[in-house]
Design a protein around this ligand. Structure first.
Ligand SMILES: Nc1nc2c(ncn2[C@@H]2O[C@H](COP(=O)(O)OP(=O)(O)O)[C@@H](O)[C@H]2O)c(=O)[nH]1
Ligand SMILES: [Mg+2]
Length: 463
């Protein structure tokens, strides 16, 4: 028996073994392919918390010679007293036999004390070799459970599989490796306890550590979101207006463009750090912010259409922050939100609502000592008004990004999600309780209650 609970994931090629390991260990480097036989090596993938390995999962190639193995086992059963003895003899005799390479590879961890998770795909009917594989594991007599990974296909054969599996296993679990949430992963780990009593305490410790670690990630994500808000709310873009050379209107447009670009960068940095917290750091950038939101960046009309704020929310935020409510409320009216960020001269006026000025021409153009010295006027965009609807959109987008990323299983490699149509969600800022919005508004206004805002965000992430 291994000192650290160790589970060999075994089954026929293409049933989803690598997917199960990838999802359980949050490792998106494990190769998953629709070509059977691509996993050629038996490889250990640990789950670590704070640098300590707490559980081990072993990805294995599928069985190659089921009938031959059974015959070998049956023949040698009488010579060796224990099942372990037969297995060791098999591995010793065939260790250098090239055609049994995969079979030896996948059975070795069992000889070394790993328990077995036998993965089957119930979207196809039971085949002869499936029965042989179960028989081999029965002959070995190792601790084991069956895992039905039904992929996303119809589960027409589920009942057939279940009744066959019952004859060989007393622990049978269903698990969708491509859609399992954190809670479902934990449930599966709980079920592993029943396989080997000696590992029960270690598994409990591991589950506690993982749950604590998950909570810490939520808190870190909330802190990242607050950090992003801090940066965005105080961000300023300035330019010098040289009256002779530059057209004022053009300068304002350029200023607005770079303001948008830099605010978006701050937002993307926050999304990236959330993605890394949830260990989606490899998969070819498929889960980056720009993939999930497509062309609908923070300033696109679609974003505002979908995440647009309710009139109530805007009025509440505006009155709490004691700001010029009228200008802000206008933004909630259909029509006005659209095109607000396209920098055509006529629409530029709308942006003033974000900055507390009546029109773009009032956006702080002032002579200060420094600009005077250079002989020009200084044009400044930002900092944002403390109750700007932009902040609410940014929070909604961060929570939406979190929602997608934290649910995205590490085995799922195709069809990057594209989120813009959003169903009504309790965590959208427009659905926050009044006291929660008040707390947020106070934070935006004078940086009070940051911890409380983080707590609210964590609460939303858990909902
Ligand atoms: N839709 C879906 N496809 C899956 C699931 N599990 C595995 N697959 C697909 O089945 C194929 C084989 O998966 P893989 O994990 O490499 O199987 P292995 O050969 O047993 O390691 C791949 O194309 C996977 O994308 C699942 O839960 N849902
Ligand atoms: Mg594989």
């Amino acid at each position: 028996m291994q000192s650290i609970p160790t589970f060999a994931v075994i089954g026929h090629p293409n049933e989803g073994k690598s997917s199960v390991v990838s999802t359980l260990t949050e490792n998106d480097r494990i190769m998953i392919t629709s070509t059977p036989g691509e996993t050629r090596q038996t490889k250990e993938f640990p789950i670590e918390v704070d640098g300590n390995v707490i559980l081990n999962f072993i990805d294995t190639p599928g069985f190659q010679h089921t009938t031959k193995i059974i015959k070998w086992f049956e023949k040698y059963q009488k010579q060796h007293k224990s099942a372990q003895g037969v297995l060791n003899a098999f591995l010793e005799e065939l260790k250098d036999n090239k055609s049994f390479h995969h079979d030896v590879q996948l059975l070795k961890p069992i000889a070394n004390g790993a328990a077995v998770i036998f993965v089957v795909d119930a979207s196809h009917p039971l085949r002869k070799h499936d029965k042989y594989e179960m028989e081999i594991l029965r002959l070995i007599g190792c601790p084991r459970m069956a895992l039905i990974n039904s992929k996303d296909a119809a589960t027409d054969y589920l009942d057939d599989w279940k009744s066959e599996l019952k004859r060989h296993y007393n622990i049978i679990r269903e698990f969708n490796a491509h859609h399992a949430s954190f809670a479902e992963r934990i449930k599966l780990l709980e079920a592993l306890k029943a396989m080997q009593q000696e590992w029960e305490a270690d598994l409990s410790t591991a589950i506690d550590a993982l749950t604590e670690n998950w909570q810490a990630r939520l808190e870190e994500a909330a802190d990242d979101i607050c950090g992003m808000i801090d940066k965005i709310i105080s961000y300023k873009e300035t330019a010098l207006l040289d009256e002779e050379k530059k057209d004022e209107e053009e300068l304002k447009n350029n200023l607005l463009e770079s303001y948008k670009k830099n605010i978006s960068k701050i937002e993307i940095r926050c999304h990236n750090s959330i993605r890394k917290l949830f260990r989606h750091d490899l998969f070819e950038g498929e889960l980056e912010s720009k993939v999930i939101f497509g062309e609908n960046d923070l300033f696109s009309d679609d974003t505002w259409r979908v995440l647009g704020l309710s009139r109530l929310q805007l009025t509440a935020a505006a009155s709490i922050a004691g700001a010029a409510g009228g200008a802000v409320v206008d933004l909630a009216l259909p029509g006005l939100t659209f095109g607000i960020f396209s920098a055509s001269g006529a629409l530029l006026g709308s942006i003033s609502a974000f900055f507390g000025a009546k029109s773009i021409s009032n956006i702080r153009i002032g002579r200060n000592r420094w600009s005077l010295k250079l002989g020009g006027q200084r044009l400044q965009l930002g900092p944002l008004k403390k109750d700007s609807p932009l902040i609410y959109i940014i929070i909604d987008r961060a929570l939406l990004y979190f929602d997608t990323i934290s649910q995205w299983s590490h085995a799922r490699r195709a069809n990057a999600p594209y989120v813009i149509q959003i169903t009504e969600q309790p965590w959208l800022t427009r659905n926050w309780q009044k006291n929660e919005r008040t707390t947020l508004a106070r934070y935006l206004k004078n940086k009070e209650l940051r911890d409380e805002v983080c707590e609210i965000l964590v609460d939303k992430m858990q909902s």
